[in-house]
Write a protein that binds this ligand. Sequence first.
Ligand code: NAD
Length: 479
Amino acid sequence: MPTPSHTPETREFTHTIDGKGESSPASFDVINPALAEPFAKCPDATKDQLDRAVQAARKAFKSWSKLSFGERRDYLHKFSKAVEAKAEDIAVVLTKEQGKPLSNAQFELNVAAHELCAFADLEVKNETLRVDKTHRVEQIYHPMGVVGGIAPWNFPIVLGTHKIAQALYTGNTMVLKPSPYTPLATLLFVEASRDVLPPGVLNVVAGGNDLGRWMTEHPGIDRITFTGSTATGKKVMASAAESLKRVTLELGGNDPAIILDDADFDEMLPRVFMGAFMNCGQICMAVKRVFVPEQKYEPVVEAFTKMAQGLKVGDGFEPDVQMGPLQNKMQFEKVLDIIEDTRKHPAARITTGGHRLNRAGYFIAPTIVADIDDDTRLVREEQFGPVIPLLKYKSVDEAIERANNTEYGLCASVWTKDVNKGAEVAEQIQAGTVWVNHHVGSEADLPFGGFKQSGVGRELGVMGLHTFMESQVIKVPLQ
Ligand code: NAD
């Protein structure tokens, strides 16, 4: 049955540079992953357009940086209201380009409107570090200048919002670049700011990976906030090193969920399952490995298999759909490749799924894998798709050691009725966030980021806001 997916977008999408809409001489196709067909054109920013966006941001910085936190908070509230007014339209475009169910796209817009305000509720305070007989010493914070934001394709709006809200609230101006796979919703989102923010404070330019590289090399950009893969993060850090730009890198993950044997299995298994399959498994902090005590292993395999078979997969505009397609062809082929590799291991059991769906688009059936070794691609790599390995363990110490045996360290979870025991296990896991009886989520006031190759630095929370500012110590003699 035709859905809104089948209606091409004929309107013109534009960058926002110095408060005005601009197209580009060239454009590229944006693909709807539910059909594997182009549905719209996106302008492809030139180097000159990036230069002008940076110049506009530098000019706007002079007055924006002088505003108080309270004044900038008021602007972010107005921006949030403008987003709310356009949220329905932006959500439809988000589902078309990203593939997620429309209800999830609407939720993402709601979260973004809320978070534009939530960061601005945090207080960045100057501090008196010392007063002694001779001196008073203050630590104060200054905005850095122009922030370059580079975003991925899995949560384009929420992740873009984190960058915008933190940069602008702390007195910086911004040039944002969405992923070339999902640029359009972000262009509309920033368009909503044109009537409410002073020109040049927030600019957005769409383009390919070269545009990202031009940003990391750009002498007019002072700080980069990057979210994406670990491989690209390394290139961003190397390139930013040339001018010693400040960088934070929010990168990939291979999150373990450790189920302890006293957990309330009926209550928690559906939550662990959704932690793995939400957004088609394409979340940096999705559950990517599930550790199950050996005496509970077979019932858990059975329960996961049943839940996977009951998941409604389809075009994000179909009613009641719970999981859409993989977002792009490259990711689709990567996940199919990991499934093929899994078949080469004779012990591994694919209890359900393990194939693409027999329809157009980048759909893969929800896949459960039991009895697979740790030393396999599915367990070692970030699968970023609807395939989850269930790993049997004998002792909790063994589970912790295996959970930590990865180059990643983004998030993790421990599931148990004994929350004190859960907290004890959590402390032993090498990850930036560990939940007890929960998995997936970020909150404006909690610092977020990864251990090891899951990232560099932290964003969110007051700690994150400080990374958008320079600390200055002022030492004044007492009179
Ligand atoms: P990606 O690294 O391919 O692309 C991310 C962005 O970087 C895109 O906008 C891309 O155009 C740009 N880019 C590519 N090459 C560049 C270069 N040389 N210089 C500068 N920019 C460049 O990532 P992706 O495939 O879009 O996203 C998926 C990855 O993102 C996963 O690994 C996922 O775990 C990670 N991710 C991490 C977080 C987090 O908060 N830690 C959140 C979401 C996604």
